[in-house]
Design a protein around this ligand. Structure first.
Ligand SMILES: Nc1ncnc2c1ncn2[C@@H]1O[C@H](COP(=O)(O)OP(=O)(O)O)[C@@H](O)[C@H]1O
Ligand SMILES: [Mg+2]
Length: 265
């Protein structure tokens, strides 16, 4: 299983409700690739992650297939130890009274919210692990604090901690900095870079070019369920490809290892 692709999608057709988001879609991402998926709102980024996370299945047809780490069947629990997902909307699914530690512990149960009886369902070791992860992210002091008394940035970091409980090799981040102010975004991105430095692979979904960490090697541009461009970051990120993706005229500046986009002057 070790050298199989993280995800291998071939000729998939994928619906959300009545909307056909992908048709005859193919994509392969290797396990040790640091990748970013970029595209406008509605282009299918979150849908793609839900396929990877086994929340959505493609239409079954002979010629299509989806394999994750070489397998087409997964037990969700088992998948969690390989892939951790941080979705920007997950925080809205918790009760405002849930404390930081319980958010992290809920990762062990692959559930959202604890409905009272969490303590009886996790072991002392799991509690210690969860505390260690919070400390590792520099937010040990949030363990007892309810979500409603945290900033959005702090809530987001608790969710990152939650995704780390199974020590997955790959972290998938869906617009991780959406709604965060500059300080919180930079802080969050620094933590992601830290995790990469410690050996995690990341697949980052965003529509903010300037937030692509230098560690990202591959960029996939998505528009209306189709790949506009895919390849090495320096080859893919140019004005022509971005204009095709976003249907708007753009200018691109490269500053150090960062790409900055701005309107024509
Ligand atoms: N639950 C849903 N029911 C019907 N259509 C949906 C649903 N969720 C998303 N869509 C549609 O699927 C398309 C892709 O959405 P999504 O993957 O969320 O895009 P992105 O994450 O790139 O903004 C959009 O056209 C969106 O309107
Ligand atoms: Mg989305």
């Amino acid at each position: 299983m070790n050298d199989s692709a993280l995800i291998e999608i071939e000729n998939a057709t994928i619906y959300r409700g009545d909307t056909r988001v992908f048709h005859n879609f193919s994509l392969r991402i290797e396990q040790h690739e640091q990748a970013a998926i970029l595209g406008p709102n509605g282009s299918g980024k979150t849908t793609l992650l839900k396929v990877l996370n086994r929340e959505i299945y493609p239409v079954v047809r002979d010629e299509s297939r989806v394999r994750i780490l070489g397998r087409s069947r997964w037990n969700v629990w088992e998948l969690r130890s390989h892939i951790g997902i941080v979705s920007h909307d997950l925080q809205y699914r918790y009760r405002a009274s849930t404390c930081g530690l319980d958010v992290v512990l809920s990762g062990f149960l692959s559930s959202v919210g604890m409905h009272g009886s969490l303590s009886s369902r996790v072991s002392a070791t799991q509690k210690m692990q969860a505390m260690a992860i919070l400390d590792g992210l520099g937010i040990g002091e949030l363990a007892e604090r309810p979500l409603k008394n945290m900033s959005t940035g702090q809530q987001r970091r608790c969710l990152l901690a939650r995704a780390l409980v199974h020590d997955p090799d790959t972290l998938i981040l869906d617009e991780p900095t959406a709604g965060l102010d500059l300080t919180a975004s930079f802080d969050y991105l620094a933590r992601i870079r830290d995790l990469v430095a410690r050996g995690k692979n990341i697949v980052l979904v965003t529509h903010l070019l300037n937030e692509i960490p230098p560690d990202i090697e591959r960029v996939i541009l998505l528009k209306a369920g189709r790949i506009v461009a895919d390849g090495r970051k320096s080859d893919v990120l140019n004005e022509r490809n971005l204009e095709k993706t976003y249907d708007t005229e753009v200018r691109l500046a490269i500053v150090g290892d960062y790409y900055l986009v701005y309107p024509p002057l």
